[in-house]
Design a protein around this ligand. Structure first.
Ligand SMILES: CC(C)(COP(=O)(O)OP(=O)(O)OC[C@H]1O[C@@H](n2cnc3c(N)ncnc32)[C@H](O)[C@@H]1OP(=O)(O)O)[C@@H](O)C(=O)NCCC(=O)NCCS
Length: 181
C-alpha cells in the first residue's frame, strides 16, 4: 500500500495528518480568519469534524492520489497549516488549496510550501495542470499563486455565496509544460 508522501523545504516539513493533529486542526482552522476566505471549512468548527476529515485522507490518497499535507515547522514540529492537491486523474489535473494559521501569516510559509507541492505535482504525480482559485477580496492568496508561477486565467462574478453574500472568485493555473520551462 502506497504511503502518503512527506515533503521537506528549507523551513518546513509537509507530512500526512495523524489523528493526534485533530485538536490542533480544530483550534487553528476553527478561527474566523481561516473560515472567512475558504470555501469548505465550517465555522464554528464542529467537534469531531477534524478526526472525521483526517480519517478520510488515506482513502482519498489511495483512491485518486489526492493529498492533504500538514504544514509543520521543521525546528519545532509545530503544526501551522494545511496544503492540499485534490487530484482529478482522468484529466491529469489537481486543485491546490491551503490555509496557514493567522499567527504565521506574512512570513512566506505558504509560498514555500506551495512551491514544493507544485514540484511534487508535476515531477512525482506527473500532473498536466494545477489550478487554484481565491475570493477576490483575498489578494494574499492570489500573491501566493503568482509567487509560484501560476497565471491568472479568469474571474467568475458572484460565483460563491459566503456568509450570505455573493462573491467573485479569481482562477489561476499552471501547466506542466510551463513549469518545466
Ligand atoms: C492566504 C494565506 C494562505 C497566505 O499565507 P502566508 O503564509 O501568509 O503567505 P505568504 O507569506 O507565502 O505570501 C503572502 C503574500 O501575500 C502578500 N499579501 C498579504 N496581504 C496582502 C494584501 N492585502 N494585498 C496584497 N498582497 C498581500 C504578502 O506580502 C506576501 O507577498 P510576498 O510573497 O510578495 O511577500 C493565509 O493568509 C491564509 O491562510 N488565509 C486564510 C485561508 C485562506 O484564505 N486560504 C486560501 C484560500 S484560496
Amino acid at each position: 500500500m502506497n504511503l502518503m508522501p512527506t515533503l521537506t523545504t528549507e523551513r518546513l516539513i509537509l507530512r500526512p495528518f495523524t489523528l493526534d493533529d485533530a485538536p490542533e486542526v480544530q483550534r487553528l482552522a476553527g478561527t474566523r480568519e481561516i473560515a472567512d476566505t475558504t470555501i469548505n471549512i465550517p465555522h464554528p468548527y464542529p467537534e469531531g469534524a477534524a478526526e472525521k476529515w483526517i480519517n478520510t485522507r488515506r482513502d482519498e490518497y489511495q483512491k485518486n492520489g489526492s493529498v492533504a499535507w500538514a504544514v509543520t515547522l521543521k525546528d519545532s514540529s509545530q503544526l501551522m497549516g494545511c496544503i492540499s492537491l485534490g487530484v482529478d486523474g482522468k484529466n491529469g489535473r489537481a486543485e491546490l488549496g491551503y490555509w496557514i494559521a493567522r499567527e504565521y501569516w506574512g512570513q512566506g510559509y505558504c509560498t514555500e510550501a506551495a512551491k514544493k507541492v507544485l514540484t511534487y505535482g508535476f515531477r512525482q504525480a506527473k500532473l498536466n495542470r494545477i489550478f487554484a482559485s481565491y475570493l477576490s477580496r483575498n489578494p494574499a492568496s492570489g500573491k501566493v499563486m503568482s509567487n509560484i508561477g501560476m497565471k491568472k486565467e479568469g474571474q467568475m462574478r458572484q460565483h460563491i455565496k459566503k456568509w450570505d453574500k455573493y462573491e467573485d472568485i479569481i482562477h489561476y493555473g499552471i501547466l506542466a509544460a510551463e513549469y518545466q520551462s
